[in-house]
Design a protein around this ligand. Structure first.
Ligand code: SF4
Ligand code: SF4
Length: 557
């Protein structure tokens, strides 16, 4: 039997799992409008490639992952007309708005039939497929970590393929109260999950695959064990039920005894972790040629009539899901995306679900307070230094110390107490007798530090730009001066050369003019002599003529 390693701390809140597991996974159907967020994965938001008025088929890419960035494609969850691309409130703790593609559905739910409209060929023989083809398929289909981190799976797998992977851990712990989507997926689709695991095995060639499931899910353990019975290299491991065993670092510790050092990734320690829902998506992408257009979401809490798990289209409003679960009860006072420990409150039910939405918890304020004292309406009391928070922290932090430093706005000291290693599990808040919402302080401090770092980065960038501008001006000045000096030197050289040439040229010209003069004189003398000779000849001719005439006249007489 495999050794199970204990983790530090942890808590046992009321789990409330049975409410939503009495019925099989239902189909949430097609709402009249789907609001598809561009911000539903870690990294850069996707870029819309459709326009208002376009008809889109189910599965067609409507927003593309940014090139060379951590990002993921987004597909039309159903067919219809793009009604708008505009800002809508996002399911995020900030409740801020972000870019969404709004689709008016035509209720045909028609898949694209050509490559241009998103059709992908199924690859049932994945064991003989080229790994590059499978990796491309994972990228095309927009798969992200469905356990909550929503990190693009193609990027994670590419990292894993560059490291020797000893253990592939499939996270089926699902420790958060109320959430049962992975449990129901394992119960109902175990064969498909095993195929998804085999695809990852084919890609990263791990020595072993371990499926970790909390022992409060006996049916899931049974069905997964059945499905893995004749599959070599895959083992189902039942682990003790304790929150937060589903945090991947905790699960790695429980299954292998290995502690992933702070600030490093598990692949660097030879371990790859994927959520149950993620491997199921890998199966759908490869074997069925389907992108991520829907997910299993738990719709639960005493605020809905019939809590249940649904296969819900991405972009369906929370109100639509509540309707599918029989509508609201009188106790529907709060809406939480996720569970009561790590989830966050949403301000209205028109907000759409995203790939990360594992649970829509509609709940009364009283029940929420019971589940997590962070939501308690009891007044916060001073810290009594009981150290219960320290005992409960699975990461071995000093929650009360961090709290004091954050209250004093001394973020540096909070960081020195390893604030960044806090996984925001809420165990400390849960046990605090003074009802201090500790985890809210850590979230606030992390956001504050992120903002400060962002501002610092911007300031550094501006300073670097300014320094570079000065450097460039100085360099250009130096270059101009050097050019001017070179030009001056060239001119000087030219002048000197011209002077030298002139000096040589004058001598030559003087010689030349003397010769010319002599020639001219000679020519003039010659011309004068020729004229003189001509005159003499003329005179002599005139004389002969006169004597001849006289002789003639004398003879006539
Ligand atoms: S559990 Fe609450 S009261 Fe006790 S030490 Fe921690 S912060 Fe203080
Ligand atoms: S929220 Fe952070 S500090 Fe509190 S128990 Fe969890 S990991 Fe520890």
């Amino acid at each position: 039997m495999r050794k199970i390693w204990p983790i530090h701390g942890g808590v046992h809140p009321p789990f409330h799992k049975t409410e939503s597991t009495s019925r099989s996974i239902g189909d949430a159907g097609i709402p009249p409008q789907l609001i598809v967020s561009m911000h539903q994965h870690a990294g850069a938001p996707a870029e819309p490639i459709v326009h208002p008025g376009d008809y889109v088929y189910k599965g067609q890419i409507i927003a593309q992952a940014l090139k060379n960035r951590i990002s993921a494609n987004i597909h039309a969850p159903s067919s219809g007309i793009v009604a708008a691309i505009e800002e809508r409130t996002l399911p995020h703790p900030s409740n801020l708005a972000g870019e969404c593609i709004v689709i008016d559905t035509d209720h045909k739910d028609e898949w694209g039939k050509t490559a241009e409209t998103g059709k992908l060929e199924a690859i049932p023989d994945y064991k003989n497929a080229e790994p590059d083809l499978l990796m491309e398929r994972i990228q095309q289909t927009g798969i992200v970590g469905l356990g909550g981190a929503v990190f693009p799976t193609a990027v994670k797998m590419a990292g894993a393929r560059q490291n020797p992977i000893k253990t592939f851990i499939i996270n089926g712990a699902e420790c958060e109260p109320y959430i049962t989507c992975d449990d129901m997926l394992m119960r109902e689709r175990s064969a498909e999950i095993v195929k998804g695991i085999q695809i990852v095995q084919h890609l990263v060639k791990p020595d072993e695959c371990l499926i970790g499931i909390e022992d409060n899910k006996p049916e899931a353990i049974k069905t997964m064990s059945e499905a893995c019975k004749n599959v070599p290299g895959i083992e189902v491991v039942a682990i003790p039920t304790i929150y937060p065993s589903g945090d991947i670092k905790q699960l790695i510790k429980i299954l292998t005894g290995i502690e992933i050092p702070a600030g490093t990734r598990s692949v660097n320690s030879g371990i790859l972790g994927q959520n149950i829902g993620t491997v199921y998506s890998i199966y759908q992408a490869v074997v069925e040629g389907k992108p991520v257009v829907s997910r299993i979401t738990t719709v639960t809490g005493n605020g809905v009539q019939h809590p249940r798990n649904f296969e819900a289209l991405i972009g369906s409003p929370f109100a639509w899901l509540a309707e599918q679960a029989g509508g609201y009860t009188k106790m529907a006072e709060r809406l939480i995306m996720g569970g009561p420990m790590m989830g966050f409150a949403l301000k209205d039910d028109a907000i759409p679900i995203v790939k990360a939405t594992n649970c829509a918890l509609f709940i009364s304020s009283t029940s929420l307070h019971e589940s997590n004292s962070s939501y308690s309406d009891q007044p916060t009391m001073p810290c009594i230094r009981c150290s219960k928070c320290m005992d409960a922290c699975p990461v071995n932090l000093l929650p009360q110390q961090m709290y004091w430093h954050i209250r004093a706005k001394d973020m540096e000291k909070a960081q020195a107490h390893h604030l960044k290693d806090c996984i925001e599990c809420g165990c400390c808040s849960y046990v605090c007798p003074s009802h201090i919402p500790l985890v809210d302080y850590y979230r606030f401090a992390k956001a504050e530090i992120r903002d400060q770092q962002e501002a610092q980065k911007k300031a550094d960038l501006a300073r670097e730009r300014h320094e570079f501008l000065l450097y460039r001006k100085e360099r250009e000045k130096r270059e101009r001066e050097a050019k001017r000096a070179a030009h001056k030197a060239a001119l000087q050289k030219k002048k000197e050369a011209a002077a030298r040439a002139k000096a040589q040229g004058q001598t030559t010209n003087t010689d030349k003019s003397d010769d010319d003069k002599a020639d001219a004189i000679k020519a003039a003398v010659a011309r004068a002599q020729a004229k003189k000779l001509a005159r003499q000849q003329q005179n002599s001719a005139d004389k002969h003529s006169t004597s001849d005439q006289t002789s003639t006249e004398t003879a006539k007489e």
